[in-house]
Design a protein around this ligand. Structure first.
Ligand code: TRP
Length: 454
């Protein structure tokens, strides 16, 4: 198998491997760490509804558009646009994706590092007998401690690089397909415990009962950003992954199945968090990025065998984060290998070092660089906002415009139907969405959300 240089391209081997790899990219910290705290800050049920609408109407079409571009060209995110639209400005979309990949990698590895530390804390039984105050204290002390979170972040980046180096088939596929079902089972168990805690009902109604007075332009942009982030769309990660798909993959069902799985995991994370939070007397908007790290150790202690549940949960979460971060790093590595004829090893090392460099500033956002803020946001929040709410929606907008207007619709149909082998229903609906609905909706939400139009 070719993993070291740019000769023959590597690929995924089985149908299940493809879904597992794409779902492995989508399902990660975005669902389990980010979704609950963004829901908490954005007012609950109404946000959830808007988010689900965006996944269905905008997310799935963008994902499908990425699949069309990637599998047709069998190229990295930049090379794909260069092949389909030579001597135009379109490859800039690929460059934006590379930039977004660095930004996301930087702050993603901060949280993944926290997760690794919580594996360690679980192992040493550090939560035993601790209540909310102590658990909050443990988290906050760790968050501001500087060196320790940095160490875990670097370990995570090195782990990501190691998997990237072992190549597509052996690396990505093997890890994702065995472990994700276990994460699902654990989340179900946690959800059941959470909803059976005293006074948990308020949490359920917070999550599922929409209160539309909580919705404004900023919240709507947050929902769009969360949908894009969680589905791994808008920066070419799925262009890159689908470039490894074989000819006979059914792109439409893959996009559909991956999106549904992603949504289910996010909602389960919500059910595991909010009832427990209300039961503990915490306010939903209180948690911030530390939310799951403060709340879940409480829930673990209320479960028989909580020691093992806690350990297993954080290990699986770290692995889910890994299968996502490799899809982010792969965007840059595939670009360097294919466009600059680098060896895979060289491209990976360069990417990892650069990501770690930016990452340091994210991790130290609550300590050394606490005073550095942009419009009231620290470095971490700024990069998260810039990637999720600006770069991804902009990337998604350009991707649907490209597939909808630049590519010929026969070409798109050819790719979606595997050259006529598959019957595709709803093609004209898809075309209508990517030509009109998605571009207009994304543009309006984006301009409104950043306060450009009022
Ligand atoms: N979707 C992943 C998560 O939910 C994160 C991720 C992986 C991502 N690849 C991406 C986000 C590409 C945006 C773009 O954790």
């Amino acid at each position: 198998m070719d993993t070291t240089d740019q000769g023959k391209r590597d690929g995924f081997s089985s149908k299940f491997g493809i879904i597992a790899a794409a779902a492995g990219s989508a399902i990660g910290l975005g669902n389990i760490w980010r979704f609950p705290y963004v829901v908490g800050e954005s007012g609950g049920g109404a946000f959830l509804l808007v988010y689900l609408g965006f996944v269905l109407v905008l997310g799935i079409p963008v994902m499908l558009s990425e699949f069309v571009i990637g599998r047709k060209t069998k190229s990295n995110a930049y090379g794909a646009f260069k092949k389909l639209a030579p001597r135009t400005a379109w490859p800039v979309v690929g460059i934006m994706g590379i930039v977004a990949a660095f930004v996301i990698l930087a702050f993603y590895s901060t949280i993944a590092g926290w997760t690794l530390h919580y594996v360690y804390l679980s192992l040493t039984n550090a939560f035993q007998g601790k209540g909310t105050t102590d658990l909050t204290y443990i988290f906050e002390q760790f968050q501001v401690s500087g060196g320790l979170p940095l160490m875990w972040q670097l370990i995570f980046i090195v782990l990501t690089a190691i998997i990237i180096l072992s190549g597509v088939k052996d690396g990505i596929e093997k890890y994702s397909k065995i472990l994700m079902p276990f994460l699902l089972l654990l989340l179900i168990a946690l959800s059941i415990r959470s909803v059976t805690l005293p006074n948990s009902f308020e949490g359920i109604s917070f999550l599922f009962k929409p209160d539309f007075s909580k919705i404004d332009a900023g919240v709507i942009l947050n929902a769009l950003g969360q949908a894009f982030f969680s589905l791994s769309i808008g920066m070419g990660a799925l262009i890159t992954y689908s470039s490894y798909f074989p000819k006979d993959t059914n792109l439409s069902t893959t996009a559909f199945e991956v999106s549904i799985a992603d949504v289910i995991i996010a909602i389960l994370a919500g059910i595991a968090i909010f009832p427990a939070m209300f039961s503990l007397g915490m306010q939903p908007e209180e948690g911030g990025p530390g939310l799951i790290f403060m709340v879940l150790p409480n829930v673990f202690q209320q479960i028989p065998g909580g020691y093992f549940v806690s350990l297993a949960f954080f290990i699986l979460l770290a692995i889910a984060a890994l299968t996502s971060s490799i899809s982010i790093m792969e965007v840059v590595v595939a670009f360097l290998v294919e466009e600059f004829k680098m060896k895979r090893r060289q491209g990976t090392v360069i990417t990892a070092v650069a990501a770690a460099f930016i990452g340091v500033f994210c991790t130290l956002s609550w300590s050394t660089f606490e005073g550095v803020t942009f419009a009231g946001k620290n470095i971490f929040d700024t990069l998260d906002f810039a990637a999720s709410n600006i770069l991804l929606p902009l990337g998604g907008l350009l991707i649907v415009l490209f597939v909808g207007w630049y590519m010929k619709s026969v070409e798109v149909k050819e790719e979606l139907s595997n050259s006529g082998a598959l019957k595709i229903r709803l093609f004209s609906a898809f075309l209508f969405i990517i030509r009109f609905i998605a571009p207009v909706a994304i543009a309006i939400i984006f301009l409104n959300g950043i306060g450009f139009i009022k």
